[in-house]
Design a protein around this ligand. Structure first.
Ligand code: NAD
Length: 493
């Protein structure tokens, strides 16, 4: 069994207390590797290495153009190693190899995009309203960044966070999820091969409440960027306030997929299924609430049910599998609990509704793709994030009704709208309180498109030009060239 080490200061090193923990393949239920169970001492070593790299090492002297070239090299290396990294991710989180191969390859585009952006970060010269002053702003890296990532797409989140942070000139300590750390540890070696100076990119693994919490508390960290649940996000937000850290949070959702009676129903049904059953529902953008216009509710529900029933469950390493295992035992239990809650609240199950069994499903935690009808907006299944393959179907009358129901949630990560009426598409995209609105498509992301949540779904945006601002501080500089003698010291200049 492979025994991993932390990656600190450009070297793989054992954890200080020499403690490791198992990482389990969700498909077999068997441990396949061990990762360091790090604590505050390891985090301190990593933050010290990152601080040194930021202040003293070659990184601090490197031009933005040179930084960008290193990032482009990393992008190429990611593509070269994509198959290997994707297989590690599947072994760790049980997601489909078909999806993870695409994801790791696409991940490379973030390094290309932000590598190109590196030397386009500019300050401004102000036409300042005072005589004999030259006034300008400079954009400076915020400092050492602590990145905490979730288990569902570990390397994609590394790209989303680190490419923007590195482009800004920051250095990083990454603490991946304890359930899926191996790919990030393997990846660290590629940053070395690409030419990242020692200490620029560090990885420390372990439990959230140990290594993760120590990273949030560390006074040497200037900014925390986090992807995970809203409960943990809120805790981190409060904890980070003690050391006045900047914080970006990418959290959960209860996203509505809204289908109008004028939609292309085949396209809509496929979008609804991809929104909730892809990745076994374990995505922050899961379209877990299907809002369907009452005039087509019965026929559309049947179309979605039939398509959902056709999904093949099985080994995530097989190219033709549609639904893999749930990643963690806790998540498996949580999904089954929510199914029971929905039933006890009076929702009617028309597909699945429990654990999935079968010859190919023996070792893993499989849940049947599940659909509930007769769901009311007050039910917990309509309000709380399940993070599993469980769809709630609710009916609406008209546009106003759809908007009211869609926005009746604490979350605001994403929403889907299915309609052939472009006026309606425009009105809906404006009225929905969500960071992303997809019209006639779902689950699309890009390195150039800002992504993030409103309300309880988070703070800040990843991807797109503005993402780099999350890792920059603006410094205002005033240079006086006045020859008029000293100014009055007792008044504001
Ligand atoms: P989680 O909140 O349990 O953990 C996320 C990360 O935080 C992990 O690295 C974990 O070790 C760490 N952590 C946990 N407790 C901590 C603490 N007290 N202090 C510091 N760090 C701590 O989330 P998860 O179960 O790994 O991921 C699932 C959640 O992530 C879902 O809610 C999902 O919606 C959300 N998510 C959001 C996005 C997005 O971009 N908005 C993307 C994927 C997942």
């Amino acid at each position: 069994m492979k025994k991993y080490q932390n990656y600190i200061g450009g070297k793989y090193v054992d954890p200080v207390k020499a403690q490791w923990m198992d990482t389990v393949d969700p498909y077999t239920g068997q441990a396949w590797a061990q990762i360091p169970r790090s604590d505050a001492a390891d985090v301190d070593l990593a933050v010290t290495a990152a601080s040194r790299a930021l202040k003293e090492g070659p990184w601090a002297k490197m031009t933005a153009t040179e930084r960008g070239k290193i990032m482009l090299r990393l992008s190429d290396l990611v593509v070269k190693n994509a198959d290997r990294l994707a297989e590690i991710e599947v072994r760790d989180n049980g997601k489909l190899i078909a999806e993870m191969r695409g994801q790791v390859n696409y991940h490379a585009e973030w390094w290309r995009y932000f590598g190109g952006l590196c030397d386009k970060v500019e300050g401004r010269v102000m036409p300042i309203d005072k005589p004999d002053i030259f006034a300008f702003t400079r954009q400076e890296p915020v400092g050492v960044v602590g990145a905490l990532t979730a288990w569902n797409s570990p390397l994609l989140f590394v790209a989303w966070k680190c490419a923007a942070a590195i482009a800004a000139g920051c250095t990083l300590v990454v603490k991946p999820s304890e359930f899926a750390s191996a790919s990030t540890l393997e990846y660290a070696d590629l940053t070395r091969e690409a030419g990242f100076p020692d200490g620029v990119f560090n990885v420390v693994t372990g439990l959230g409440q140990e290594a993760g919490s120590a990273l949030v508390d560390h006074p040497g960290v200037a900014k925390i960027t986090f992807t995970g649940s809203d409960t943990t996000g809120a805790r981190i937000y409060a904890q980070a306030a003690k050391t006045m850290k900047r914080v970006s949070l990418e959290l959960g959702g209860k996203s509505p997929n809204i289908v109008f009676d004028d939609a292309d129903l085949d396209q809509a049904a496929s979008g609804v299924i991809s929104g909730i059953f892809a990745a076994t529902g374990q995505t922050c953008i899961a379209g877990s609430r299907l809002l369907v216009q009452n005039s087509i509710k019965d026929k559309f529900t049947e179309r979605v049910r039939a398509l959902g029933a056709s999904a093949r469950k099985g080994n995530p390493m097989k190219a033709d599998t549609n639904i893999g295992p749930v990643t963690t035992p806790a998540q498996y239990k949580k999904i089954l609990d929510y199914i029971d809650i929905a039933k006890s609240e009076g929702a009617r199950c028309i597909l699945g509704g429990g654990p999935a069994t079968g010859p190919e499903l023996t070792g893993g935690q499989f849940v049947e793709p599940t659909i509930f009808v007769d769901v009311t907006p007050q039910m917990r299944i309509a309000r709380e994030e399940v993070f599993g393959p469980v769809l709630s179907i609710l009916g609406f009358e008209d546009e106003a009704d759809a908007i009211r129901m869609a926005n009746d949630t604490i979350y605001g990560l994403a929403a889907g709208v299915w309609t052939t009426n472009m006026g309606r598409a425009m009105r809906m995209s404006q009225a929905l309180k969500a960071g992303t609105v997809w019209v006639n498509t779902y689950r699309a992301v890009s390195f150039m498109m800002p992504f993030g949540g409103m309300k309880h779904s988070g703070i800040g945006r990843e991807s797109g030009l503005a993402a780099i601002d999350e890792y920059l501080e603006t410094k205002a500089t005033w240079i006086s060239y006045s020859t008029g003698g000293p100014a009055n010291p007792f008044i504001l200049r």
